[in-house]
Structure formats: C-alpha cells, structure tokens
Design a protein around this ligand. Structure first.
Ligand SMILES: Nc1ncnc2c1ncn2[C@@H]1O[C@H](COP(=O)(O)OP(=O)(O)OP(=O)(O)O)[C@@H](O)[C@H]1O
Length: 361
C-alpha cells in the first residue's frame, strides 16, 4: 500500500533543463496521467521513475524506501512503450512469460501464469499465436500482459495508444482503465492527448516546459484550470483580455462580474477564460440589462449532430459557444444579433502573461 513520491526531482541534459523541480505523489492503486505537449518532459520524468534516467537532483520514494539509486531491473516496475517492443520470434505466451523464464520459473508454471494474464487482457486461447499474426490492439494487450507478469508494484506506460487508430484507441483506453481498476495497480501513463488522460486518470499532471502546471482530478483540471496554459490545453476556452476594477473585470465599456474577481487588485491585467459550453445565448432576453451580457452577432454555425457551435463577434472579441443537441434554442441563423451571457461562476481569470486571447483555443 505504498505511494510513489517524487521529491524535488530535476533533470538537466547539459545546460538544458528538461524537468524543473517537481514534487509529486502518485497514490497507491490510482492511475495518474502525465499530460502535456511534445517536449514538455513527460517521457524524461517517466524514465527517471523507471530508473532508465538518473535525476540530476531529488529523490524517488516508494513508501518509506528511497529507490533513487536503484537500477531499473531491481525496481521491478512493469513497462509498456510506444512500440510495445515485443519479441517477434517468440510466441504470445513466451513473450508474456519472458521475465518469468529469466527468473527461473518452471515451464508449466510459466504457461499457467501466461494463460491467466491472457484471460485478464481478453486474449484467452492466443498463447500459441505468433506476434505477426496479431492486430495492433492485440499486440498492445500482449505488451500489457507481459508488463504485468511479475506482479509489479508500479505500472508505467509511455504513449501506449499511439500506434493504434482512433477508434481502437478509444476502446483500448476504456479497456486499460477497467483492467487497471481490476488489478488495483499504481499506474502512470504518459500522453499528449487530453481526452485520453480524462478518460483514464484519477489524477492528471499537466506539464509544460518541464514544469508541473497543475495536479488534480480530471474534473478539477477542467473546471478550475490553474492558469491559461491549462485552460487552453484541456478542452476549449474563449480568452479575453481584461482589467480588474472594483471587484469585477472591465472589458472596454463592459463589466464582467465573477467571484474570483475579488482576488485581484484594481488595475491588474488579467486574461479571462470561459468554456464554450458555459456561454449562454440569451435568445429570450432573460439576462437583459444585467452585468455579464455582451451584444453579439452570429457569423458561422457548425452543426455536427451531437453539438452545435456558434461563432459570434462581440465588441470585446470573438466567441465560440457550444450547445448540445438536446439543449433547446430557437432557430438561429448567421447574421442574427442577440446578446450572450457569461455566468459569473464560469468566468475564470488568470494574471495576464504572454497569453492568447480570442475565440476558443
Ligand atoms: N538524452 C537527452 N539529451 C538531451 N536532451 C534531451 C534528452 N532527452 C530528452 N531531451 C530533451 O528534453 C526535453 C523533454 O523531452 P521528453 O522526451 O521528456 O519530452 P516529452 O514531453 O516526452 O515529448 P514527446 O511527447 O515529444 O515524447 C526535450 O526538449 C528533449 O529534446
């Protein structure tokens, strides 16, 4: 029942700092996703956890044990890489039991364990197949079974879905999550795909430029992004440049109220972010005359069946507003002028750095 803990971990490659000082806890039995754009340091962090890369600073603890200096093969963590790295000359069961053979386990027991794992990954009866006879999804399941053969305490996966096509990837995300919950193993998945992270993870670590920008549940990260990078990387948001003024935000001639505004001193430059599904098209004039309404004009409508996206211009910038197919709205057309309402509880504000503003990014 041991958590995996990183204490002030850092990695320099010469003069380049790939991972800034990071403190993180990977709770026992939970799935954590390391999520971020290419080059943000996810793989480097995972490789340090695996023991394939030495940290420049900091400690890695498994419960009370300091494992920072322990070589990879002594950590006995299960690992699945992007290309699955299966042995093509060995059959499926031999691939899965490979580490057990090295440990000296007798053949009948190896086979029994391989069959048990094939059952777990829903490939019962495939033990004697050749790797070349398997589909991409089946290979991935074999790689997962092989990584779990030694009953590792921690399971590490680096972009495990990247070799699979989009439909299969979605199915495998659900399958991997259900498997992880059944086995109850502490799992860390590296991904650049926010949907994948949201589908599978108990905890998401959003990374950028070697830093952990935010750590939280998918719900926390989506609903309460810590900064504009997280708001733009996870889901979509409309961004607006504003100035804090008397506990509200000023955008040109308009005032936007939000509970968070009270935290900024008047005159602070902020970036506001509002999710497209949180903006209300006030077709019935319910919010007329109130704060947080902006006059708008529809410039484009995208109806993809499950959702409708409305592109709008306003005096303070462009917006994208999303409605689900089941949400009622009167018929609307390009050129219609009607106000939009920004519910105060859905207006997030961040100190303005070099952030983007404009319609949903
Ligand atoms: N061995 C190395 N020597 C020098 N620089 C490295 C080395 N390994 C990684 N880097 C650099 O460290 C940074 C982080 O790389 P890393 O592979 O961890 O990123 P990532 O987030 O996993 O990206 P991707 O999603 O593209 O795999 C990158 O700028 C990369 O070029």
């Amino acid at each position: 029942m041991a958590d995996l803990v990183l204490k002030s971990i850092r990695k320099d490659f010469g003069a380049f700092r790939a991972v800034e000082k990071i403190d993180l806890t990977f709770p026992h039995g939970k799935l954590t996703a390391l999520l971020g754009p290419s080059g943000c340091g996810k793989t480097t962090l995972l490789r340090m956890i695996a023991g394939l890369e030495d940290p420049s600073r900091g400690q890695i603890l498994l419960g009370d044990e300091d494992i920072t200096a322990r070589p990879a093969h002594q950590r006995k963590f299960g690992m699945v890489f992007q290309n699955f790295a299966l042995f093509p000359h060995l059959r499926v069961a031999e691939n899965i039991a490979y580490s057990l053979a090295i440990e000296g386990l007798a053949k009948p027991r190896r086979r029994a364990r391989a069959d048990e794992l094939l059952d777990l990954v829903q490939l019962a009866g495939y033990g004697d197949r050749r790797i070349g006879e398997l589909s991409g999804g089946q290979r991935q399941r074999v790689a997962i079974a092989r990584a779990l053969a030694q009953e590792p305490s921690v399971f590490l996966l680096d972009e495990p879905m990247s070799a699979l096509d989009a439909k299969l990837r979605e199915d495998m995300q659900v399958e991997l999550r259900l498997l992880q919950q059944r086995v109850g193993i502490t799992t860390i998945v590296v991904t650049h795909d926010q949907r994948e992270a949201m589908t599978m993870a108990d905890q998401i670590v959003v990374m950028s430029k070697g830093r952990a920008e935010q750590v939280g549940s998918p719900k926390q990260i989506y609903g309460k992004p810590a900064n504009s990078f997280v708001a733009s990387f996870i889901g979509k948001a409309n961004f607006l440049a504003a100035t804090a003024e008397s506990g509200a935000y000023r955008l040109g001639d308009f005032m936007i109220e939000a509970p968070e505004a009270r935290g900024f001193t008047s005159g602070s430059r902020v970036t506001l972010a509002v999710r497209p599904e949180n903006v209300v098209i006030d077709s019935e004039g319910k919010h007329a005359g109130k704060a947080n309404t902006l006059p708008a004009e529809i410039t484009f409508i995208r109806d993809v069946g499950s959702t409708r996206d409305f592109y709008l211009t306003t005096p303070v910038g462009d917006f994208i507003v999303e409605y689900g197919a089941g949400e009622s709205l009167p018929p609307l057309a390009v050129g219609d002028r009607l106000p939009i309402f920004l519910p105060p509880e859905h207006v997030h504000a961040f100190p303005r750095e070099s952030t983007q503003t404009g319609a949903a990014a």
